[in-house]
Design a protein around this ligand. Structure first.
Ligand code: 2AM
Ligand code: CA
Length: 267
């Protein structure tokens, strides 16, 4: 059983409270899928409501901390050095389509460093969490990255660009990189939630994961959880600027470099 701080207890309670309504809302999406209007507006409301519950719960427990939240943006607290980084639904597109693969993400950043992270998949009741220096956990069990050393036996997750969020040149570059990984590995998965992709790397389910154009709230908790599970996380240039350039690669220590060699960004 893990020894956890008061902070992580606060985070877990907030996530569990927010998840009760969120699960009910997810149940509604099923009905709305076949309605003319579709579930889009309803899901936006669910997103905002979940964020509000998280803000209230975290704010009650730590009144001075600030927030960076997907829906509300930056909210300064009295304590300038501590803030919660929150994504109320990571995997919103899955949620909208009635696909049961999304999470609530909470990270605590202190003096610019994430010191605690939580990723909660409320449908599967999987709560991934870590605190700096004390390891990574799935519910009450310690998790570690996979020990696989060969690319050819490995599966990797990624996020395939959608709509026009990449230029044609970037799209082609991505396709070329996918081709490299698909030839070298046992396969690629695209599950649609950056946080759960990172959580699954931490739990050894995926050997690695890479994606570009993400926001800090998608990855803040996951970076800590993967590192505490013994994995390596960098940006797609092999550096530590995930928060500023929004690119990320996470893998077990044996496969981080081989995967990076296949998917590295040049410019
Ligand atoms: P979201 O569900 O919170 O939007 C899917 O590839 C991953 O990309 C998800 O974790 C998703 O988070 C994230 N993402 C970041 N920016 C996005 C955007 N503008 N539209 C859709 N997904 C986005
Ligand atoms: Ca997200």
């Amino acid at each position: 059983m893990a020894n956890e701080s008061a902070t992580i207890t606060v985070m877990k309670m907030a996530a569990r409270k927010a998840s009760i309504r969120l699960k009910r809302d997810y149940g509604e999406v099923g009905h709305l899928l076949i309605s003319k209007k579709g579930p889009g507006d309803f899901v936006t409301a669910a997103d905002v409501r979940t964020e509000k519950i998280l803000r209230e719960e975290l704010g009650k427990a730590r009144p001075d901390f600030g927030f960076l939240m997907e829906e509300s943006g930056e909210i300064r607290g009295n304590d300038y050095n501590r803030r919660w980084i929150v994504d109320p639904i990571d995997g919103t597109t899955n949620f909208i389509h009635g696909l049961a693969h999304f999470s609530i993400c909470i990270a605590l950043e202190e003096y610019g460093q994430v010191t605690a992270g939580l990723i909660f998949d409320p449908i599967n009741e999987e709560l991934f969490w870590a605190e700096k220096g004390t390891g990574a956990y799935l519910n009450d069990q310690r998790v570690r990255v996979s020990s696989q050393q060969n690319l050819k036996n490995s599966i990797f997750a990624t996020g395939i660009p959608f709509g026009n969020n990449l230029s044609k040149i970037e799209q082609n570059d991505f396709l070329q990189k996918m081709q490299g990984v698909m030839s070298a590995s046992a396969g690629i998965r695209r599950f649609g939630s950056a946080s759960l992709d990172l959580a699954y790397v931490a739990a050894g389910r995926f050997e690695g994961y890479w994606e570009n154009k993400l926001n800090l709230w998608d990855i803040a908790a996951g970076i800590l959880i993967v590192r505490e599970a013994g994995g390596i996380v960098t940006d797609l240039y092999g550096k530590d600027y995930m928060a500023t350039n929004g690119s990320i690669i996470a893998a077990n220590p044996s496969l981080h470099k081989p995967l990076l060699d296949l998917v590295k960004l040049k410019v």
